[in-house]
Write a protein that binds this ligand. Structure first.
Ligand SMILES: Cc1cc2nc3c(=O)[nH]c(=O)nc-3n(C[C@H](O)[C@H](O)[C@H](O)COP(=O)(O)OP(=O)(O)OC[C@H]3O[C@@H](n4cnc5c(N)ncnc54)[C@H](O)[C@@H]3O)c2cc1C
Length: 436
């Protein structure tokens, strides 16, 4: 590829953040893969086949999946939701999620602390006596113990977080307390009767057609250079080397790559130790719907044999995730299953096949699925970002990059938890600040 050798500002990554920044700034976007949308991108696979198709085939006889599992658009400022709706009309859904205790075949609606009556009067009374409203603790595990008490922690919070954080929860700082709020009044209400939905995703929106369309339509409004993975950033010389050998001098970079990757690509050395992340293996499955397949959007799991922590049901949100001929009669289901790994523990192809077989067996034992028509894994290297207690690494890393004109923006770039709508907002904000 021939690029002008004058210094220019540019954007790295064409996920939701980079696309929003590209629209707002008019700057060129450089993307490592051949498609926009990053972790939110969707793809199609015909029953019985393996090939991923970027778009629905003409006869629509294919399952639709997303790279990172179900991406339901939660939260978001009205003006951003209005933008999303203007690109691809959205529909609002009321969350149906629960904790599933497979040993008792029991579904307790999420959040568990507000639905104690499902656990019986004895556990409910014990749990209520143990909950605290102003919890402290320097690790996530301590915070949970103080918030929810020993009974609920032993039953759900500890075994779930053991899987979800790949064992890190007794060492990392507490975060995202708002995801599972402690409100004693609601907990008491839910111990006796129905309680209102709470939390950051009590309702969510999703495009009426396909999340991919949002990324594709945003991409049409900016200049994206695909198949341009960054190999090295020479922060001192202000030059980017791409995998195809293109060397591009830059003025400033708006970077949406994960913070640890940007630091590594730039050869910057930092003290103290980097904050940790966990990777996620997403297994997308299209199958015959089993007799006991629930109608939930997703379930939180504890102590599963293959070690997954969440099972989601794309087609329970929208039947358009199924092949056309299966949309009316409810005979098929499309599912995503998430398992977390500590950084550096990437499974081999053989491990993934063994894991996939174990997941299918577990879901068949639960009678969620019958015969499998499609099974397809995606590895997300930086999925969840965490912090060591009192760590200053994240701020130091971003400051070090800013000294060389590299500005990190978006969820993974800033090492924080956020959803699609907030990633788009931050992309617009950063892009507008770079407007040429
Ligand atoms: C398991 C999981 C589930 C989630 N579920 C939801 C949900 O239900 N709802 C919700 O709102 N949000 C959800 N999120 C969050 C959501 O995915 C993010 O907020 C959003 O996708 C962030 O977009 P981004 O553009 O910042 O990052 P990304 O989508 O990761 O985009 C970064 C882009 O950079 C590219 N790139 C990476 N390295 C290079 C390189 N070296 N050179 C060039 N390009 C490179 C990548 O290919 C990618 O396109 C979830 C996240 C995870 C991990």
């Amino acid at each position: 590829m021939t690029l002008k050798k004058r210094r220019q500002s540019l954007i790295l990554g064409a996920g939701m953040t980079g696309l929003a920044a590209g629209i707002a700034s008019g700057l060129p976007v450089f993307e490592g893969t051949n498609a926009p949308g990053g972790i939110c991108a969707s793809y199609y696979i015909r029953p019985g086949e393996k090939e991923r198709l970027p778009n629905s085939p003409e006869d629509h006889e294919a399952y639709r999946f997303e790279n990172g599992g179900g991406h339901w658009i939660f939260g978001g400022e009205p003006i951003i939701l209005n933008f999303i709706n203007s690109q691809t009309p959205i529909k609002r859904h009321i969350r149906r999620s629960a904790v599933y205790f497979q040993d008792r075949d029991l579904y307790v609606p999420y959040p568990i602390q507000n639905h104690l009556r499902f656990l019986g009067p004895e556990i409910a009374a014990k749990a209520l006596g143990e909950m605290a409203q102003q919890p402290g603790g320097s690790t996530m595990k301590e915070w949970q113990k103080e918030s929810f008490g020993a009974t609920l922690c032993e039953l759900f919070f500890f075994p779930f977080h053991e899987l979800y954080t790949a064992g890190l929860y007794d060492r990392i700082a507490p975060q995202d307390g708002y995801k599972s709020p402690v409100d004693l009044k609601l907990a008491i209400r839910g111990a006796l009767d129905a309680s209102p939905p709470v939390g950051y995703n009590a309702s969510f929106v999703y495009p009426e057609e396909d999340l991919n369309l949002l990324a594709q339509r945003m991409a049409r409004r900016c200049q994206v250079n695909y198949n341009m993975p960054v190999k090295h950033i020479d922060a001192h010389e202000k030059e980017i080397l791409f995998a195809d050998g293109t060397l591009l001098p830059y003025d400033q970079i708006l970077c949406t790559l994960p913070l640890n990757s940007t630091i590594t690509l730039s050869d910057l050395r930092l003290e103290p130790d980097a904050n940790p992340h966990t990777s996620v293996l997403v297994l997308n499955i299209g199958a015959v719907r089993g007799e006991k397949c629930p109608s939930h959007h997703w379930l939180y799991n504890t102590k599963t044999r293959p070690g997954f922590h969440r099972v989601g049901f794309y087609s329970n949100v929208d039947a358009s995730f199924l092949p056309l001929s299966a949309r009316k009669d409810d005979t098929r289901v499309s599912i995503y299953v998430e398992k977390a790994y500590e950084a550096g523990e990437k499974p081999t192809g053989k491990n993934i096949n063994q894991y996939a077989a174990a997941v299918v067996k577990e879901l068949q034992d639960w009678e969620y699925i019958g015969d499998v028509e499609v099974i397809d894994p995606t590895w997300i290297e930086v999925a969840y970002t965490w912090n060591w207690p009192r760590s200053v690494w994240t701020n130091h890393a971003m400051e070090a990059l800013e000294n060389y004109g590299i500005y990190q923006v978006g969820r993974y770039a800033r090492w924080s938890f956020q959803g699609i709508a907030d990633s788009i907002r931050d992309g617009f904000f950063a892009g507008a600040s770079f407007c040429v």
